[in-house]
Design a protein around this ligand. Sequence first.
Ligand code: NAI
Ligand code: PHE
Length: 336
Amino acid sequence: MSDSLSAECEQVLLVKDPANAVEAIVAVHSTKLGPAHGGIRRWAYASQAAALADVVALARAMTHKCALSEVAAGGGKAVILDHPGLDREGAYRRVGRAVEQLGGAFYTGPDVNTTAENLRWVGEETRYVATDAADGPGDLAAATADGVLSAWLALAEELDAQPSQLHCVVQGLGAVGMGLCERLSALGTRLSVFDVDRSRLEQAVQNYGATAISGDQVTQTACDIFSPCALGGVLTEPVASSLPARGVCGAANNVFDGEAAAASMHRRSVPVVPDFVANAGALIQGAIWNLQRQRITPERLRRIGVTTREILQRSRIADRAPSQVALELARERLER
Ligand code: NAI
Ligand code: PHE
């Protein structure tokens, strides 16, 4: 495993079963502000090195997310290396046992491709997981969608427009993206949507009056706000230098593919709400339940909008990309 990536984390566990049929990586990035939190992502990575790079980048983003959302938690993440014939139940249970062994240094929960059923398996192996059980934190994806909406509304304000005057392209109609469509359609926003899963696309067209677009059109359709809610890395340099949107705000973790893309968006005066600010809803709801056994109020998630406004204003005044401003704020809080 790459030493420099591992060195950035407090702990990195390579999780295998005796037959080598399950491979997963758990990264505890930082427990400086409290126990690390991060969901489990199941993905068909090209190699173990690619999985390690992803889990560390995602865990680092969780550390920044915790610092900016002012919860007493730190960053971590788990990834399961998917492949045809993977024993899913065995894999999730194996990760659950690894989380249990960490003794509360790491709490886990949902992420891409991890369903409520998968988390129930994890929950049978460890106490340190947020599931959808009646005595759990509640619907985490809904909390994320509420938080993204709050950040989206702050961006709309920055663009000096009402939601009903805006056109939004939503990429990815999973747990969070579909929830965002539901909320935006209720506010009268015009939606153009894409998902690789045809049934989800049709659902958004039928339920929210959205226009279906193709995968190629996602970053080529002129709109006011682009909301990436699938996977990260969508804003590559070429996309960033031509994206026909006035602003970006979505749920996808690690949306920039490199710093040049962030610089390019800033040069073009297109504000991008940092993903680790906008998508903190699940973390806030999950961590406050895990650590204090308390349910949060809607007001707590609306604070994401307040933080977004502050970051966009500072970005404008200091002429620096919002992601830079947010990272500085996060580092200040981590050092304090
Ligand atoms: P999900 O697994 O429920 O949905 C992802 C959706 O994206 C699926 O419908 C999938 O078909 C679609 N998709 C995949 N590749 C695509 C592509 N190239 N183009 C269009 N659609 C594509 O995942 P979820 O939970 O909705 O998460 C979405 C993003 O938000 C992820 O990046 C995740 O890390 C992030 N996030 C999720 C949180 C949560 O509470 N679920 C919390 C914070 C961040
Ligand atoms: N997977 C969620 C994210 O990316 C966070 C999460 C972690 C939620 C742990 C609940 C518990 O922000």
